[in-house]
Design a protein around this ligand. Structure first.
Ligand code: ASP
Length: 655
């Protein structure tokens, strides 16, 4: 074996000559004033061309940067003739001499802005049609469907390219931290049996076994638990997951998770590892963004709902929910809406919007309308002007003293707006939680630079499914139970087959935890039930028969008969993480080739109609769905993706 020299590392921060090839001595972002008088060869796309007759200026671009090229007609007539044929997005190689730019013409905004390349030769490598949008104008408004249709051009644009670079760094950092901490990266298959995560499966018909299907993994959940039984000890994977659900801005039919599982751990060990990993990954990926607090604050689910009205609180600002009931412990408030809500076992809670005391009637009506849309019957408000005087329709009911006590209780100061919701406990929390999140953003209380992580744990183990008359796992059917709540995994009737909403099981708390970043649920996981008997009890409460359990989770249940270690894990959304680190609210902005909200790939035109022969091989026939013709005959494709009015990037309906 010959010893090959170790590969040096080229990084975006140092796009060095290591990237030299026969086409280039340097990238378009590499040349500096210290390179003056050298000969260099660059290859890239024509970002912009300015023809001044005698001189032609080209901005030559690759993903590393932009270099100005000058072609002088007198000095290099051949190169000039070629340069005069160039158009935007042609691919060229230019060779010439690096020269300092004339004093006063330097461009301090470009790292290469002190120099230019005086061309001796220009070679056209490929031509380009006029692109459907300006690749070189970062501010040009471009319809998203056009960006998706021509994603390869969109990714040439700096904003998109830099987000993909960041995502690449994020994944690299994730891998490095895991490898440094004893994790083994294992790939699990995509053609599997259903692993339910609460969504619909995508299924793939089997040709070799007609009449049967594979399911694409909603997550590698069962496989990673099987890897723990296999003794892998610490597993991670950058895993693709598939969920056939109605899509929103932060959902895609396929998405990427950092999936991990650890053996011989308790909740605290998983949280501590994930926390250290997340801090390190953010530090490497976005060094300029401070992490607000570490160790991350931990809230029980109940506490998060109580204080922030949300199980994914944005901790970059306070604006906590204040319980007002104590004000009227001895005597009713005098305002019926409050008194009725409390008498009915509901809650009366408030938030304080700083500086909104001068809100106009119209602005307050808008807030009320939002509260209604979130499910409240109404929104009560008290506005404090700069002198502290209170304007409110309910002041006359509460009386001066009542108003003063309320203002004092919520800690409002002059210029603030107090918003109160009186309703059932869940509605009160939810409505105020949403208003809090919106107002925090709108009032600029959430520092966009800061990364505020927290944990929410101790979720309820089950929620009652009134329609099916049974308990459902709130998160994952394998989530463990808080040890002291184990005895609650029973029904009031004593028979797991006869559950009721009053069962002790409804009070059991799961060993489940969500990691939250800036008000988004970044991930969730749990310590699993590894004891076969406890798993059977939990499944029975969820209305699963022994046979049904075997059908769904047969391999895992069988594996649990061969010495499963205690284990737990978590999965974090990579798309969301990348979106948060790049200040995007839509995960499409950090995905190379995402689908529209109606699940279409506008570039590849997927989904598409199968060939009749493909259907025949699989023994399948489309029988049509309501509103759509049967597709057994091979005609021109009807729109695979009917225009969805709710979808901002739905393609136009086909004629
Ligand atoms: N499989 C879970 C999910 O995809 C994560 C976990 O519990 O590890 O949400």
């Amino acid at each position: 074996m010959t010893d090959s020299p170790p590969l040096e590392r080229a990084t975006d921060a140092r796009p060095s000559n290591l990237l030299a090839t026969p086409y280039r001595t340097h990238t378009c972002g590499a040349l500096r004033i210290t390179d003056a008088n050298r000969t260099a060869r660059l290859s890239g796309w024509v970002h912009r061309r300015r023809d001044h007759g005698q001189l032609i200026f080209l901005d030559l671009r690759d993903r590393h940067g932009i270099t100005q090229v000058v072609v002088d007609k007198t000095d290099e007539p051949d190169a000039h003739a070629i340069a005069s044929r160039l158009r935007s997005e042609f691919v060229v190689t230019v060779e010439g001499e690096v020269a300092p730019r004339l004093p006063g013409t330097e461009n301090p905004r470009l790292p290469t802005g002190a120099i230019e390349l005086r061309a001796k030769t220009v070679t056209i490598l490929s031509e380009s049609k006029t692109p459907p949008f300006y690749v070189n104008d970062p501010d040009a408004p471009i319809d998203e469907s056009l960006r998706l249709r021509y994603r390869y051009l969109d990714i040439r644009r700096e904003a998109m390219a830099s987000r993909l670079m960041l995502r690449s760094r994020l994944v690299q950092a994730i891998r490095e931290v895991h490898h440094a901490n004893g994790f083994v990266e294992v790939e699990t298959p995509d053609l599997i049996k259903s692993t339910p995560e609460g969504a619909r499966d995508f299924i793939v018909p089997s040709r070799l076994q007609p009449g049967t299907v594979y399911a694409l993994p909603q997550s590698p959940q069962q496989l990673k638990q099987l890897l723990m039984v296999a003794g892998v000890d610490r597993y991670f994977q950058i895993a693709r997951c598939f969920r056939d659900e109605d899509l929103r801005g932060d959902r895609q039919p396929e998405f990427t998770q950092l999936d991990l599982e650890m053996s011989f751990v308790d909740e605290d060990a998983v949280m501590r590892f994930v926390e250290g990993m997340a801090v390190e990954v953010c530090r490497v990926t976005t060094p300029d963004r401070p992490v607000q607090e570490s160790p991350f604050p931990r809230f029980t689910y109940d506490e998060a709902i109580e204080r922030f009205g949300s199980d994914k609180p944005d901790l970059r600002f306070a604006m906590e929910l204040v319980d007002l009931a104590a004000l009227w412990a001895d005597a009713p408030s005098g305002f019926r809406v409050f008194d009725d809500a409390l008498a009915a076992g509901g809650r009366v809670k408030a938030i304080v919007a700083p500086g909104l005391g001068g809100a106009t009637r119209k602005e307050i009506d808008e807030l009320t309308e939002r509260a209604r849309r979130f499910g409240a019957k109404g929104l009560v408000w008290l506005a404090l002007d700069e002198s502290g005087a209170v304007r409110s329709a309910i002041a006359k009911f509460l009386g001066d003293d009542g108003v003063d006590r309320l203002v004092a209780r919520v800690g409002a100061t002059p210029g603030d707006l107090i918003l109160v919701v009186a309703d059932t406990a869940p509605v009160t929390a939810d409505v105020l939680g949403r208003l809090r999140a919106e107002l925090g953003q709108r009032l600029g209380l959430a520092d966009p630079q800061v990364l505020a992580f927290c944990w929410v744990h101790r979720f309820p183990m089950y929620q009652w499914d009134a329609e099916l008359g049974r308990w459902d796992a709130t998160h994952n059917p394998f989530s463990g139970v808080v040890p002291e709540d184990e005895e609650l995994l029973v029904t009031a009737s004593g028979d797991p087959a006869r559950p009721s909403p009053e069962d002790p099981a409804g009070r059991a708390r799961a060993l489940q935890y969500d990691i939250v970043l800036n008000g988004w649920e970044l991930g969730g996981g749990s310590i699993r039930i590894h004891r076969r008997d406890l798993l059977a009890r939990s499944f029975a409460l969820q209305g699963q028969t022994e046979a049904g359990m075997k059908e769904k989770f047969g391999a895992l249940l069988e594996a649990f008969e061969y010495g499963p270690p205690p284990h737990g894990g978590i999965a974090l959304g990579i798309d969301r993480w990348a979106a948060l680190l790049t200040d995007q609210t839509n995960i499409r902005e950090v995905m190379a080739f995402p689908k529209t909200q109606s699940g279409t790939d506008l570039m590849l035109e997927a989904p598409s109609r199968p060939e009749p022969s493909q259907l025949a091989e699989l023994g399948l026939r489309f029988v049509g769905t309501p509103g759509r013709p049967a597709t057994a005959s091979a005609g021109p494709a009807d729109s695979a993706d009917p225009a969805d009015p709710a979808d901002p990037v739905a393609p136009p309906a086909e004629a």
